[in-house]
Design a protein around this ligand. Structure first.
Ligand SMILES: [Zn+2]
Length: 165
């Protein structure tokens, strides 16, 4: 994806309140992110570690989604798979994150949950730039190009669930 600025980030959120967006903290390392290898920008709020954000290029611009990390399953040792990039991580490497739906449904408390890499670095796992700790699970045999397409498709499906009217 193309690099984004703080102003673009704050203008792109599709869920949550205007106050949430105003208060959120953008990544401190925006300039050093490996943009050419990113399908989406994901980050944990540097001052609110339960708050996470995903920002993805979509038709006509950018879509930002705020999520809250669910910590009730923290400490589990069981391996889990990210539902966006399908990387399997041990222990807390995959987090359940919950996003309020866009608009009225979100204000009514409606949410969408997603199991996702806790560091939100899915783009780097599918490209082999990061590796999950060795797992006994079957090794992925799909070519990188196809894994990228699959990640982008899963991401679009997730964004669609958040914004669905
Ligand atoms: Zn992932």
């Amino acid at each position: 994806m193309d690099p984004v600025t703080e102003r673009e980030i704050r203008a792109s959120f599709v869920n949550g309140t205007r106050g949430d967006v105003k208060r959120l903290n953008v990544p401190v390392d925006l300039a050093e992110r490996p943009w050419e290898s990113l399908d989406f920008l994901g980050w944990i709020d540097p001052r609110a570690p339960l708050q996470a954000y995903v920002l993805a290029p979509v038709e006509g611009g950018l879509a930002g989604v705020q999520l809250r990390r669910n910590t009730t399953n923290a400490g589990t040792k069981r391996a889990r798979m990210c539902s966006l990039c399908l990387t399997t991580h041990p222990g807390s490497g995959v987090s359940l994150m919950v996003a309020p739906r866009a608009g009225q449904r979100g204000r009514a408390g409606n949410t969408v949950g997603v199991d996702v890499c806790a560091d939100l670095a899915c783009s780097l796992y599918v490209r082999g730039r990061l590796a999950a700790p060795a797992m006994t699970a079957a090794q992925e045999t799909l070519p990188v190009e196809d894994r990228i397409v699959r990640l982008q498709r899963n991401l679009r499906a997730f964004l669609g669930r958040v914004t669905a009217a």
